[in-house]
Write a protein that binds this ligand. Sequence first.
Ligand code: DGJ
Length: 378
Amino acid sequence: MNSARLLSLALSVVFGAAALSAADVLDTFKPGALWPDDQGVHINAHGGGILLHEGVYYWYGEHKIGGEIGNTAQVGVHVYSSTDLYNWKDRGIAFRVSDDPNSEYTKGCGLERPKVIYNEKTRKFVMWFHLEFKGRGFTAAHTALAVSDRPEGPFAYMASFRPNKGIWPVNVTEADKNPQLPEPHAGRLANAVLGQYLRRDYEVGQMSRDMTLFVDDDGTGYLITSAEENATIHIHQLTDDYLGFSGKWARALVGDSNEAPAVFKRGGKYYMLSSGTTGWRPNPGRSAVADSMLGTWTRLGNPCRGTPEQIATTFESQSTHVLPAPGKPGAFIYMGDRWRPSDAIDGRYIWLPIEWDNGKPILRWRDSWKLSDLKTAP
Ligand code: DGJ
């Protein structure tokens, strides 16, 4: 019996006799291909992230349905579990949108990029996601919170926020705060650099669209989010229970127009992969580095290497998460989405090993690869 089959049997014991019965046991990543779960169904966890808890990986992501309507939240957040990262068991809907038309997370709202972290002190699983109110496009720019006692859910909705209302970031300048500046008409990015959106949203709370979560080695949690009309990244430190904001926050990459942030830590430095802002269409990826989460963040350029087409489209993908590789200190996996906005359920997953060149994270295309290809830190 090969090791993959043994693993399948072990999973069956842990998660029930039906585990992996409907699909072949996988031992290879195939970026862009259909990725069957234990029922043989393409994994439905888009814009997702992964939590490792007690030896089990949980993959949370947007559950999409077919057609363009699938770009809005018709179901909620799907969760899968795995012990090897290749083979995923469908654990169902971890967070469900509401049937109540008056709820702010009613069916048809925008629910994007859900991420889950575990709080050691409260023993709660804490989910944050980007929430847009139904029928209001992307104008709400809220971040929302749901909590569960178990990794597979169900997660209970708590609240949504515009973060850090009435609180300036740690790196605010007097010029940023100055309300006397004339309204410039220089465009979105210049407005961000001038602090116009920061000031505009000071009273109501800052915008929060594409987002991710990061827990530092000391347990401090952060929400990293695209704000200021998507022109600037905001990094909000969370409270100890991860259920709110500590009031300490920073602006990063001001006026650089980033979406799809994914953060990881290697060798004491913090790295961020992100994208530009072209809706569902892919664009050249970005990377940045900092000595602390609250910055200063320094641009490192496009991490992609390959053909001009691959470099210009991040291999037809947009970042969503970076996963520390199991048992390989210093090795990380890029997770991206290849969106299919005309048939959202057909979105594909682009997972690639992160390589390094002169302290910069690098991505190269692979038709297929294995965890054994990943190198530990030099
Ligand atoms: C790009 C974002 O990264 C996605 O999560 C989604 O919000 C699309 N824009 C919508 O156009």
